[in-house]
Design a binder for this molecule. Sequence first.
Ligand SMILES: Cc1cc2nc3c(=O)[nH]c(=O)nc-3n(C[C@H](O)[C@H](O)[C@H](O)COP(=O)(O)OP(=O)(O)OC[C@H]3O[C@@H](n4cnc5c(N)ncnc54)[C@H](O)[C@@H]3O)c2cc1C
Length: 443
Amino acid sequence: MSDRDDRRAQTPEAASTGGLNRDRQPHLVVIGAGIVGACTALEALSAGFRVTILEPGEPGGEQAASYGNGCWLSPMSVIPPAGPGLWKKIPRFLTDPLGPLAIRWSYLPRVAPWLIRYLRAGWTEARVEAAARALRPLLKDAPALHKALAARAGVARLIEQRGLMYIYETRAQFESEAMAWRIRRKVGVEWLELDADEMRQREPELDRRYRFGVLVEEGGHCRDPGAYVAALVAQAVAEGATLRRARASGFRIEAGRLRAVVTDAGELAADRAVICAGAHSRALAAAAGSPVPLESERGYHAMLPGAEIGPRTPMMPYDGKMSVTWTDRGLRCSGQVEIAGLDAAPNWKRAEILRDHLLRSFPRLPRDLKPGEVKVWMGHRPSMPDGLPCLGPSRASGDVLLGFGHGHVGLVAGPRSAQILGAMLAGRVPPVPAEPFLPSRFG
Ligand SMILES: Cc1cc2nc3c(=O)[nH]c(=O)nc-3n(C[C@H](O)[C@H](O)[C@H](O)COP(=O)(O)OP(=O)(O)OC[C@H]3O[C@@H](n4cnc5c(N)ncnc54)[C@H](O)[C@@H]3O)c2cc1C
């Protein structure tokens, strides 16, 4: 069989038209069971692949960013983290270890090349707008896509769509973010502006210092992202996928074709693979010939499992740079960006900052919290310097796709990213323009 015939035999279409049995279906290994891996596995099953999911931990477990995030399904999160003039704040990021964005001194030499790319990506408004235009199709309709997936997995109640709110002490604070809101409007985001009275009516428990709000009605949220991911993976298994508790470490690629995924439990024969290991994907991508600049932007949450007071709509206070969302596990407050790599110990003072801000935002929450009454968590946002994910073929083999790098928007972007990856696997045209996300943009 020639190489070309061989490739045709490994597309699902070829398998189905040839009436081949399950063992002859092309075998796809999805590496990592966070939100991106879970959605990709379901998409690939629909496209006719035989699927194995490789995951050393619990799907959607605490090791994954997908477990402890802010739960926002925010189609308006199109503004990449770096913007014009951010470079001026670098000294503060280095000297204030508890600021909303901090860089550990000891990690600076290692992260410097990524940081330079990060600053350059947001150097001008035009660059920020280009990123927003690329991201909007990835995020638009996300709540509807999540609802459909959740229904497929029998957990429809986990996805809600009652808008998302940004809250400010003054209108001037909102206007200080004029560039971001201008670009959001240009890419089609709409919102309602709320004055102090409307805020009071909508959010009676919210501290009175917040006197201006912006409600984005198209936004949604997930009531428990960890349970949601676990349910999606269970659904994939129910539809025929295999879940293997192993850690991928590389690939056996011969003459440009994938033969096997190498794991800590031996080799797993595979026709195709997608790297969805979140912030841990860098070494795997390099093993597939694509040494892309992936970095961890560490984040935290503080959660009050017994809280009885909180917001009606998930919200983001301007002065706290965090999201406050009811979850099935309690009232969760998430945020903070800490650049310190994958291995440094968590700095739990950051979670305390989130907790204290939460208590200041909702004055009727109990003050005398005992240690067990606050749950804290730290996780790794998988972040590319330009704020766009990496979706597409690796350099060493078109059989190995990169599917990571979603930074602050991995939960919301999971289903559409999986559709793009599914289309690439099946040789179809992706549902939205995928060029901005191709790993080849990094050379
Ligand atoms: C504090 C915080 C708040 C956030 N808030 C939001 C939000 O409100 N909305 C939003 O859209 N996004 C949010 N995010 C970002 C979002 O959580 C991430 O972008 C997203 O979860 C990344 O998903 P993932 O599947 O790529 O990676 P992960 O969820 O990290 O999953 C990767 C999986 O791969 C596994 N793995 C690692 N190495 C290997 C290996 N070698 N072999 C096999 N498996 C491996 C891991 O065990 C893990 O289960 C937030 C993140 C943080 C930290």
